[in-house]
Design a protein around this ligand. Structure first.
Ligand code: PLP
Length: 235
């Protein structure tokens, strides 16, 4: 099932890149493996996948220890400062930085271990109350504050778009994240890059690619529905 799903997702990515006049190599697929057992990750790994996404610090730590060392682990969930120690040094990219306090905790842990963490700022573009993320208008100020931290490197922006029936409804959200990243990029802040746009999930990654996504985060479309009752997890 995973092989068929990955093939279908790959085809959709290629088609979306073509529609947008973009090269396939501009878009990286992250296989979101949260709640899924190591065996399923191994199956995707055997098919050549190396980028996996997790949203719980403890789960990332456990899977990191268990699975091959050349996997790139992306941390995509809400991160509490007391869990930063599980993620720094294990995640290749932390997609979900949404406060100065969190960035400071990542800086501190990085200083302790002599590790520079690559991060994205999570922006709540649609202004949904149920979602984490900073307001678009706060993003530049936060980027400027984090820029001075030697063990934190901003690589770009991330957003979680609303759940919608028709992915076209999220086109504007993706467009606004891209515009924001262009705006901030144009300020040429030292130690702040805006090259990465992490946006698009199973329901809307094709539209996200058309609007400039460089990372898409696909879970259900690859591994199937998540069963939260099985392991007591709830996000
Ligand atoms: C779970 C999750 C995804 C993947 O969602 P699907 O709809 O299953 O593709 C992507 N991004 C984040 C931040 C997630 O938590």
């Amino acid at each position: 099932m995973i092989a068929e799903n990955l093939a279908a997702v790959e085809k959709h990515i290629v088609d979306a890149c073509e529609r947008a006049g973009r090269g396939r190599e501009e878009v990286t697929l992250i296989s979101v493996s949260k709640t899924k057992p190591p065996e399923m990750i191994e199956e995707a790994y055997a098919l050549g996948k190396r980028e996996f996404g997790e949203n719980k610090a403890q789960e990332l730590k456990e899977k990191h220890a268990l699975l091959p060392g050349d996997i790139n682990w992306h941390f995509i969930g809400h991160l509490q400062t007391n869990k930063v120690k599980y993620v720094v040094g294990r995640a290749c990219l932390i997609h979900s930085v949404d406060s100065l306090r969190l960035a400071e905790a990542i800086e501190q842990e990085g200083a302790k271990r002599n590790v520079v963490s690559k991060i994205l700022l999570e922006v709540n573009v649609a202004g949904e109350e149920s979602k984490f993320g900073i307001k678009p208008e706060e993003t530049l100020a936060l980027a400027s504050q984090i820029a001075g931290m030697p063990h934190v490197q901003i690589q770009g922006l991330m957003t979680i778009a609303p759940y919608v029936e028709n992915p076209e409804q999220n086109r504007e959200v993706f467009r606004r994240l891209r515009e924001l990243s262009v705006d901030i990029g144009s300020k040429n802040i030292d130690n702040v890059s805006m090259g990465v746009l992490s946006m698009g999930m199973t329901g809307d990654y094709q539209v996200a690619i058309e609007e400039g996504a460089t990372y898409v985060r696909v879970g259900t479309g690859i591994f199937g529905e998540r069963n939260y009752h099985q392991n007591g997890s709830n996000t």
